[in-house]
Write a protein that binds this ligand. Sequence first.
Ligand SMILES: C[S@@+](CC[C@H](N)C(=O)[O-])C[C@H]1O[C@@H](n2cnc3c(N)ncnc32)[C@H](O)[C@@H]1O
Length: 365
Amino acid sequence: MVKPKDIIFTEALESVLVSIWGGTKPHLDNNLIKKTRNALVDIREIYQFKGNYTKKYPSTINFRYPKNRAGYLAAFGQRHAYLPYFHLKRIAYENAKAIPKPESNKGELIVTVLGAGAAMELYGLVRYFNEESTRLKKLNLILVDKIDDWKPNRHTVFDKLMKGTFPKLNIIPHDIDADLTKDCIRAFSDYYQILVKTDVLLIYNVMNEIITKHSNMVWQNINYILKNAEKQLLVMLAEPAAHNATPRISWLKTQLAQRSTMILNVEQEEFNFNNDPFLVAFEETGSGLNDKLFAHYIDGKKPELKSSIKRTHFACMVEPNSPISFEQVNKQLAVLNLKRVQRGLFAKRLKEEKTFWDSFPNWDK
Ligand SMILES: C[S@@+](CC[C@H](N)C(=O)[O-])C[C@H]1O[C@@H](n2cnc3c(N)ncnc32)[C@H](O)[C@@H]1O
């Protein structure tokens, strides 16, 4: 096994947090630790109660504010970074052919990330491919986000975390400022040559930020990537499994199931990060990020360090220009529907938020 350079993940994450706050020192000082902890607690509450009391807990989070970006990464950064590793393992177990092979393209992969944010999830993806040997040498990235404030933070992730851990990896980022709820085709077409060669499309923790009334436009944008794909494309989706998030995600699963070969559709799974190199734990040095954020009481508060995450996840494979058979579509939709019927709450939830199908009943006719 080729061991990546041993950099402590949380050390790199700390530099990202410093950069979000506009700090100049290598570490969070006491004032920034306090601000990050408060932001982390607020973000957790927003996700817990999202949309329930709209003034205090909005139904979408504005990531223009540094406190929301810092709180988000402090709360989820490490666990989101590790998740794709386990997701890819599961996909490979179900259908090894769905996993792209960088070695058949001189060690290169093209990955498109929707709602990229700080793009932490690329860490787990690279770790998966380079677990046994340095298979992945060049990572071409198309990073789509509506909030350009993430860009400098994302580039700190590449410089400190990715280059720090995988020094030989050549990372070529292309940042696209685009809002998926608006027509992105013009922005996408500027990157057409590379976009159509995408090997992996990552949709991680973004759909739950988009209310379902926008699903028609979001689908047009996603479908532009799928229908123009020039090679086999693996779509990986992972989102919060929370009650309120479900309608925002299920319409996309249904659309994807009609357009691709479904590999995985898991309603909810808890991923545990209890072992190296995917261990979420206190550093117990007193100066580690997790120690600073979670180990001590400050102002009577001590947020809990969480070493697992619950996600709904899905994966499918899109073949260029080869629509799947009618029978296969029906079979895949039946699998999706069966899971919904089994969960009695689903019908109630659909009524609570207007769905894609309410707005566009004839979309697939
Ligand atoms: C919760 S973060 C997820 C970041 C990263 N993918 C992860 O898993 O950690 C959601 C990201 O989606 C972006 N986003 C939300 N709505 C969007 C939209 N309509 N179009 C493009 N990006 C959007 C946000 O700006 C934010 O960066």
